[in-house]
Design a protein around this ligand. Structure first.
Ligand SMILES: *[C@@H]1O[C@H](CO)[C@@H](O)[C@H](O)[C@H]1NC(C)=O
Ligand SMILES: *[C@@H]1O[C@H](CO)[C@@H](O)[C@H](O)[C@H]1NC(C)=O
Length: 498
């Protein structure tokens, strides 16, 4: 009996003590290593923990006000950020980047190393609440020892040869090269090399962890990578390059000024946005030109941003991982001073037409657990449409499989919806016709697209009225099935919502 009790107490002590490894973010070393699942499927993310500080914790120092230096608020026991590694869980701590290159097919080890170990990665296991080095038995490794020489950097991985976007693109991936075998993907990129533009990107929003995301002060500059033949993509986006380009395309300065001016110009529009990612290293990894397209700045910071925020808010409120595709369609045409429709490319160099300004930008928000999706389609043009004539015949250069009438249908169905007075998403929200479907016969109403309503119910879009589609971009909501009728490059998804 006594022995039984003794064993019971021991067991209980063990259970209490072995809670897994809690790595406090306030205790993280500079440029901390990525902590990776050993099966290569993901990253261990920090979370916001709303629990009292553990008694006797040597990390839970209190500051003069009695609050913990680690906590997010000033009060004692305010929430704090930590990565929780389950007991018994193996993981890889990796310092990637700083010139990981394939040299004639040979993998060269990253020059970025764990400062304290002269190695690029370590395999660890959480045992009895401590990280143990798998290579050296029972050697305890502290979280504070897992700093890299520099912040882990991503790679844009060469073409796998896999086609995508209705055969119009090839798949590439931004991710993390851990060693010569293990690569952790972050953003898939469907790239069209004939026009040097991105048809779409794909990533996940881990709604469960976004609240604990890193909050970087600066932003990195965009990297060109190896996908472009253009010499200097960054230069083509610069305002002074655009200032020269637009008169060449559209003619007289007073005509050009209706479309392009120093306040209204083309920005580096992220497809997969930095703010959708948890760690600062992941946020940095969104800064590739292959993850951006020329987007009017008013749209970029207007309704496109609102949709990005709404997607994130949905993932956060559902504590869910949502699957996100962000893409482009067609080439924007603007009238020159004689009334000709001119396709707009930033890369009009060496007799090439590269880096098109997309006519449409779209986003699919997909819930893999419920197999539900919604598509937001926006017009990448913030100039006044009344002045324009749209009967171009060559706006469909991207799509070999359909003739130009498809694009006109698209334009007609979008513009008729907007002409019907439903010309802003605000209106769509206010009208109970929201959500809308773009069907074969133009726009029809439907109430079956619940995700569309849920997406905007959490925003104060309507209340704030800080919103003007003339300058912030028109967008609308529809089902994947209907969107696919007009944008054939959309991915096929297992979707029961349409
Ligand atoms: C990979 O490992 C993580 C962490 O242990 C686990 O949650 C996940 O289910 C694993 N996935 C697969 C496909 O094995
Ligand atoms: C566009 O099409 C209409 C009708 O076919 C025609 O009247 C008009 O002249 C066309 N505009 C241009 C710029 O081609």
């Amino acid at each position: 009996m006594e022995l039984y009790l003794y064993c019971f107490i021991l067991l209980k002590l063990y259970i209490i003590s072995a809670q897994g490894c809690r790595l406090y973010m306030c205790d993280a070393p500079d440029n901390h290593a990525l902590l990776i699942y050993t099966n290569g499927t993901g990253i261990f993310y920090p979370d916001i923990v709303k629990e009292p500080w553990p008694i006797g914790s040597n990390i839970a120092n209190t500051d003069s006000s009695g609050g913990s230096v680690c906590s997010l608020g000033n009060q004692k026991n305010a929430p704090f950020e930590a990565i929780d590694i389950p007991e018994g869980e193996p993981l890889i701590a990796a310092c990637t980047g700083l010139k990981v290159r394939y040299n004639d097919g040979e993998f060269e080890e990253s020059k970025n190393k764990l400062k304290n170990f002269e190695k690029t990665s370590l395999t660890l296991t959480c045992r009895n609440d401590q990280l143990m080095n798998n290579d050296r038995d029972n050697e305890i490794i502290l979280w504070s020892e897992l700093g890299c020489l520099g912040r882990p950097r991503s790679d844009l991985k060469g073409n796998s040869g896999e086609s995508c976007g209705n055969q119009q693109g090839n798949l590439h991936t931004i991710g993390w090269q851990i060693d010569n075998k293990l690569f952790i993907p972050q953003i898939d990129i469907c790239f069209n090399k004939d026009l040097e533009t991105t048809l779409y990107t794909h990533h996940f929003i881990h709604g469960r962890y976004i609240d604990a995301q890193g909050n970087e002060k600066g932003r990195p500059s965009f990297k060109q990578g190896t996908l472009f033949s253009l010499n200097d993509v960054d230069d083509l986006y610069k305002k002074r390059s655009q200032e020269k380009l637009f008169p060449q395309l559209l003619g007289a300065p007073d005509h050009v000024a209706k479309f392009w001016n120093k306040k209204s110009s083309l920005a580096r529009g992220h497809l997969s946005p930095d703010a959708d990612f948890v760690t600062e290293a992941e946020q940095d990894a969104t800064y590739y030109f292959a993850n951006a397209v020329p987007q009017w700045n008013g749209f970029n910071g207007g309704n496109w941003l609102i949709v990005e925020n709404a997607a994130r808010a949905l993932a956060i409120s559902r504590e869910q991982t949502l699957s996100i595709w962000s893409g482009t369609h067609g080439v924007l045409h603007l009238p020159d001073e004689l009334g000709n429709n001119v396709p707009i490319y930033l890369g009009l160099v060496e007799n090439k037409k590269l880096l098109p300004v997309p006519e449409l930008m779209w986003k699919i928000i997909y819930d893999p657990s419920e197999k539900q999706s919604v598509v937001l389609i926006g017009l990448n043009d913030i100039s006044d449409y009344d002045d324009k004539i749209f009967n171009s015949t060559d706006s469909n250069e991207l799509d070999d499989h359909s003739d130009s009438s498809d694009n006109n249908n698209l334009w007609n169905s979008l513009s008729s919806a907007w002409e019907l007075g439903m010309n802003t998403l605000t209106d769509l929200v206010v009208l109970d016709s929201f959500p809308l479907w773009i069907g074969e016969n133009g726009i029809t109403k439907s109430s079956s697209l619940n995700m569309c309503q849920e997406l905007f119910s959490g925003t104060n879009w309507v209340e704030e009225k800080n919103y003007n589609t003339d300058t912030k971009g028109n967008m609308m909501c529809c089902s994947l099935k209907d969107a696919k009728k007009i944008i054939p490059t959309l991915p096929d998804l297992d979707d029961t919502s349409s």
